[in-house]
Design a protein around this ligand. Structure first.
Ligand code: ZN
Length: 403
């Protein structure tokens, strides 16, 4: 039995005036998705449990077959995994943004989208000056880095996400709770180390904002994730250009399939993703294919790019993969985004997502509806537990219903 998951990140959207009150999914030309949807089960899936933030981490865990309420411990531990840091019991990882500050105001959560090359030098400088047997700094990508803390019992505090308070005084967003002074001290110390660093002098001369401070947030211990093969009895792999999803894959024991030309952006090589997924199916039981471009377009409020990304996913990923799966005697597939990223909101929204569940052994089929948000609601098939879809993908739609 071969199984595929296709995740057009953030594809869910709301009707738009400029599209004649259609959503991007309704407006896009996507013959493969629509054909698949018409001959399969169509419904909605609640990927984000009540009270949680609909991030790609929480919603991604649901799609991968895990209940975020039981296993989620924070975003940073997952990102850390993808740069090779697997936390031991009793250790914490924090996201360490390189940020720009001016006179106490956080002016840029991304330090003007600093490059990884520049960032690496600054993070190494922080490690040299602030690293010790408890604290270590690790370079990630661009402005996104990791600070590890080895004695978890010292810290139990809440932190604010810097992209939520850009343009305001950061002193009103300091971490609070047990051990928060450790994070605040590191932040203040980082300012002294980074402000006059040659990299920042160069950036200022070039008219760019300096990376003159860090911001620590999203900390937590290793997630409580059982290996996928232990839990579901089959071997999986993931194709994604996003650190977070690859990090999740690592914790699950999935193969991280790297695809040359996969960028996580509009210029991503869709064809290569489709090809590599088909290739990986030869050795794996399940391949999870994630495309970020639809989410990026949502964050930018760019309707045209969102529609183009949907059409590319349809043509270069869904089309070839479905064609290949149909050569198998037994196969199953689901298509579902992790969350909505509505163009008008430019951010994630926790709303049940439209899904297609297809395969060689459907108990019933033929929704006779295209793959759109309103159509997915109209079928009345609504799964409340996000991890259920993976369970059904592994065991069969019916099998699950009978316990
Ligand atoms: Zn997003």
């Amino acid at each position: 039995m071969k199984r595929i998951v296709i995740v057009p990140d953030g594809v869910g959207d709301w009707p738009l005036k400029e599209l004649g009150n259609k959503t991007p999914l309704q407006a896009a030309s996507k013959p493969n998705l629509d054909d698949l949807s018409r001959h399969s089960i169509l419904g909605t899936l609640k990927t984000c449990p009540d009270g949680m933030y609909p991030g790609s981490d929480v919603c991604g865990l649901s799609l991968m077959g895990y209940d975020p309420k039981c296993v989620y411990t924070g975003r940073a531990p997952l990102e850390a995994a993808n740069i090779g840091i697997v936390l031991k019991p009793g250790e914490l990882a924090f996201r360490c943004n390189l940020v720009s500050e001016e006179k106490g105001v956080l002016t840029d959560y991304s330090a003007d989208h600093i490059t990884t090359e520049e960032a690496q030098i600054l993070i190494e400088e922080l490690q040299k000056n602030l690293g010790n047997n408890l604290i270590s700094f690790h370079t990630g990508k661009m402005y996104r880095h990791i600070m590890c803390y080895k004695r978890a019992v010292d810290i139990d505090c809440t932190t604010d996400q810097p992209h939520d308070f850009q343009g305001t005084p950061f002193a009103s967003h300091w971490p609070s709770g047990k051990g928060s002074e450790i994070l605040i001290d590191l932040t203040n110390e980082s300012k002294k180390i980074l402000t006059n660093h040659p990299i920042n002098q160069k950036r200022l001369k070039a008219g760019k904002k300096p990376a003159n401070m860090i911001w620590l947030w999203g900390g937590g211990p290793a997630p409580k994730l059982e290996h996928f093969e232990t839990r579901y009895g089959i071997k999986g792999g993931v194709i994604s250009a996003v650190d977070l999803l690859n990090g999740l894959g690592r914790y699950l024991g999935w193969e991280i399939i790297s695809v040359p030309g996969a960028t996580g952006y509009f210029d991503t090589d869709y064809q290569a993703k489709g090809r590599f997924a088909i290739e990986a199916l030869k050795r794996l039981d399940l391949v999870f294919v994630h495309v970020e471009a639809t989410d990026e377009a949502g964050h930018m409020g760019n309707v045209k790019e969102k529609i183009r990304a949907i059409e590319n996913i349809d043509k270069f990923i869904v089309g070839p993969i479905v064609e290949r799966l149909k050569e198998e005697k037994e196969w199953r597939l689901f298509v579902a985004p992790d969350h909505y990223t509505p163009i008008v909101k430019k951010t994630h929204v926790a709303e049940p997502v439209p899904f297609i569940f297809a395969g060689s052994d459907l108990p019933f089929c033929c929704s006779e509806r295209p793959y759109t948000e309103p159509d997915s609601k109209a079928t009345g098939i609504a799964l409340d537990r996000g991890y259920e879809l993976m369970l059904r993908l592994v065991k069969g739609w019916q099998h699950y219903e009978h316990g």
